[in-house]
Design a protein around this ligand. Structure first.
Ligand SMILES: [Zn+2]
Length: 114
């Protein structure tokens, strides 16, 4: 993998990380005081939203860790190498899932095991 490819994946990771962390801060910045409260229907709807938001954040948290991990591997020049078989991960796969740690073969093997 050459430097410009690496830079491209790094940018993909960084923008995804940005996307995830801005999503979080948006939730934090929702005003809690001074807002007129809606009728019970609105309240019920916002409870559902909150529950969904929590689920989303759990998934995002996992993804965020995977992204941090990938950036770390870049620093150690291990990025794009399958941690299972040590073979380079295909660029097509990295393009789609830049935070992946396994090549497609190993991923499929793992999926069929579980
Ligand atoms: Zn592999």
């Amino acid at each position: 993998m050459n430097k410009s490819d690496l830079l491209r994946y790094k940018n993909l990771l960084l923008s995804k990380r940005q996307e995830l962390s801005t999503g979080k801060s948006l939730v934090d910045s929702i005003p809690t005081a001074g807002e007129p409260r809606g009728d019970p229907v609105d309240m019920a709807a916002s409870e559902t939203d909150a529950a969904m938001q929590i689920r989303l954040q759990q998934t995002d948290g996992k993804l965020l860790r995977a992204i941090e991990d990938a950036l770390m591997r870049m620093q150690h020049e291990k990025y794009g190498i399958c941690e299972e078989c040590g073979q380079p991960i295909s660029q097509v796969r990295l393009e789609a899932v830049p935070w992946t740690r396994r090549c497609r073969d190993c991923k499929e093997r793992q999926d069929s095991r579980s």
